[in-house]
Write a protein that binds this ligand. Structure first.
Ligand code: SF4
Length: 380
């Protein structure tokens, strides 16, 4: 048992987080949600590996309707990940234990309706269906209004203020069965934003994660660096280790999470230093049901192998699996790739450089990487 901060208890199906309960370990399915057999098999594999909660992404009515059958075939605690279409909540809530919404995604549909109204609707749906809520703030998709209030170099305050505002609103409408996550691909930012949140709202349980941590073993190291600093100080009630691995290896996320927790509890900590990579940093999303081409995981591995020659250059390359989060979450990388069904979109920071076939992208990426290294070397 690790000593925990005194957060309030939030029940998610048969597991409770906060209030000194053991840190719960979660993962997420990466199968197509409407492929019921594959999704149930993955939920079961994760549950057998020790997942306390399994999250499933829902983007369409057919995904949402599949949840009924998935629920019938598993007793695992299920969480659902809503994207822009927040109204799918009422279709899925009867079949899950927790609803995750992203404050930065509530703007896309029904723009005339206020976010407060939309959150009230989500809270009513959650209450009526015995579900908890996670307010899931992500560095790549922060509420645009909040972001505009801060200088571009301050990525932490908009995330923090967005989360705090949603907590305040949920409290004011009498819904307190929620937790919060503040995820970033930089472990140092994850540490800072969660520490600042815990200072302001010590009562709210936190779900910790480093988003787009990438391939193992580097992805595990990045996550470990952040978790060691937070969990050892009592911050964090549930965790997810996000790894870019093929579907059959998803249970490794649970194994990695449990190992990190066991090591922290035993004092086997590697670092309590800020994670500031002095060399090449490759980030890649853990994949989920939104991946549009299965070749994405292999591409992430190929990018890592192909770019090994640049390991001493302090550059970030991001590889993302879909158009939902890919375009936004590659903006801060020096070079970004996000995968569509037939093409991979290449970017230099926020500037699009074109879409390339899967068999064309690596040489094109190398060309851009060489140009970037040359321009840095010449001090441009
Ligand atoms: S970038 Fe897309 S595919 Fe990757 S985890 Fe995020 S939503 Fe899923």
């Amino acid at each position: 048992m690790l000593p925990r901060s005194p957060t309030r208890a939030v029940r998610i199906g048969t597991v409770t987080i906060g209030d000194n309960h053991p840190v719960a370990v979660q993962s997420m399915t990466a199968t197509k949600t409407r492929d019921i057999d594959a999704t149930v098999a993955q939920v079961q594999a994760l549950a057998e590996a020790g997942a306390d909660v399994v999250r499933i992404a829902v983007d369409s009515m057919s995904d949402a309707q599949s949840l009924r059958e998935i629920r019938r075939q598993t007793t695992a605690n299920l969480s659902v990940d809503l994207q822009e279409n927040y109204r799918l909540a009422e279709v899925v809530a009867p079949h899950v234990d927790k609803i995750r919404y992203n404050p930065g995604h509530l703007y896309h549909h029904e723009r005339q309706r206020s976010w407060q109204d939309k959150v009230r609707y989500l809270a009513d749906v959650a209450r009526d269906n015995d579900c908890a809520i996670r307010v899931g703030v992500n560095c790549g998709s922060v509420d645009p209004e909040k972001r505009s209030l801060y200088p571009p170099e301050d990525s932490i305050s908009p995330m923090l203020e967005s989360a705090l505002e949603h907590c305040q609103w949920l409290d004011s409408i009498g819904f307190t069965r929620y937790c919060v996550s503040l995820k970033d691909s930089d472990p140092a930012n994850v540490v800072e934003v969660n520490q600042r949140f815990a200072q302001r709202r010590p009562d709210v349980p936190l779900h910790l994660g480093v988003t787009e941590a990438g391939l193992p073993p580097d992805g595990i190291v990045k996550t470990r660096v952040a978790f060691e600093q937070l969990i050892s100080c009592g911050i964090g009630d549930t965790i997810r280790v996000s790894l870019t691995v093929p579907n059959a290896r998803k249970p490794e996320e649970i194994e990695a999470g449990r190992q990190i927790l066991a090591d922290i509890a035993a004092g086997r900590v590697r670092s309590v230093v800020r994670f500031q990579p002095e060399g090449l940093n490759i980030i890649s999303c853990p994949s989920c049901s939104r991946v549009e081409n299965e070749a994405f995981v292999e591409l992430a591995q190929q990018v890592k192998a192909m770019t090994a020659y640049a390991k001493d250059h302090a550059l970030t390359i991001a590889v993302m699996g879909c158009r939902v989060n890919g375009p936004g979450e590659t903006d801060d990388a020096d070079l970004g790739l996000w995968c569509g069904p037939n093409h991979v979109n290449l970017k230099r920071r926020s500037e699009p450089l074109g879409a390339f076939r899967y068999d064309e992208i690596l040489p094109r990426l190398k060309q851009e990487l060489d140009a970037l290294i040359a321009s840095r070397d010449s001090g441009q």
